[in-house]
Design a protein around this ligand. Sequence first.
Ligand code: GDP
Length: 456
Amino acid sequence: MFLGYNKLMNILDEFDTIAAPATPMGAGGVGIIRISGEKAFEIINKIFTNPEFEKGKFKHGWIVDNTGNSPVKIDEVVILPFFAPNSYTGEDVVEIQCHGGVQVVKNILNLVLKNGARLAEKGEFTKRAFLNKRMDLSQAESVADIIHSKTSDFAKVSMKNLSGVLKEKINDIRNDIFEVLSKITAGIDFPEDVKEPEYDYLKERFEDIISQIDKVLKGANTSNIFRQGASVAIIGKPNVGKSSLFNALLSLDRAIVTDIAGTTRDVLRETLDLGIPVTLVDTAGIREDEEVSTVEKIGIEYSKQSLDEADLVLFIYDASKGLDNDDSEVLKLLERKKHIVIANKADLVTERSGDVLYISALKGEGVEELKELLKQKVCDINPENLDFVTNTRQQECLRKARASMEQALLSAQLKELQDLISIDVKSAILALDELTGELITDDILNNIFEHFCIGK
Ligand code: GDP
């Protein structure tokens, strides 16, 4: 069931006061407990030695438990008051900054709960911020992205969404669609007074809207790589230097390097931070050989599987021996896969040829160049030029909107009844409203916030 804002606001009226630690549970300088809701100040006034708060002024004092015969001091704290609607959630919010120990945070939280708050669910503070219109859904989702960022680059681009870059772009596109829809509707509703828009005008507008959607979707693959990381498999025959390259890229000795063919029998995985998280997979040498041991065969199967799963394959051969038939067979497997051909052991050759990257894994030559090339190949666009970060849910909404606009464009080309065209145009608007959260199901909403942590 879809809920409009009004319905959501009714649910909001029933909201109780929630509390949770906003900092991770562990030993640290400070611990923060956040309370949000109508009773936030009522609760803090019952347990704080220095009540009565003013806007923008923090207060120092003690948290005390007054439930027994005599008051018990729990901790010395600083209180930050935020009055509705000027808070993260849009409700009254109180943040208690106490000493950062697991037990002291627990003691204060228990006291807050005893005095009328309920433990917040995952992402409930941000969910309230969204329901109170402090942010749209794309901003709320970026909060989770920022918290879970695996690389500093992703944290930076997610920040763009928090500041509303995606939200503004989607609103612009929606406004453009709405403007055309208004013209179509006016022509239909008041045929005597308003002329229906020309089909050429409609085609031009629809094409422009589609290209705007494409601009946002352009970063989809790179966004997904940023979020999930890219899987990069290193393949090649035994002894060409796969493990050596694996180690050189990671600057460690994780893989066992020997000169006996077939030493890498299992698949090794390590994560490399290239601005995007890259999972590097060192596979067993690919070869169809009757005499290989069972263990090695399993390893070979793994490498074919890794090949299927990989976003990019680093195909490596021994430059001192050149490309042989086996290498060419493997290269055929890679035809439809993004790949880089690497000639290793470049230190052993004097002549270089072809469209391949020469490196020496042993000496570390060409490794930095390879990292750069790898990043370029994996991402469709340079992460630094990534204007719009989207997640798969948002991409699905954008694709739905795009499909509806494509249909509308086709109908305009065929000069179909504008009444019919308006149906597709309206569907495109609904898809964008789903993206920003103007129109959203309860299930989708819960699913989004389930991926948050408690206290956010
Ligand atoms: P793998 O079986 O493909 O994983 O190959 P290894 O990484 O185990 O390397 C096989 C042998 O080639 C080892 O003796 C390495 O020291 C050697 N080797 C690897 N890379 C280079 C290189 O760039 N130059 C030279 N000269 N030897 C290398």
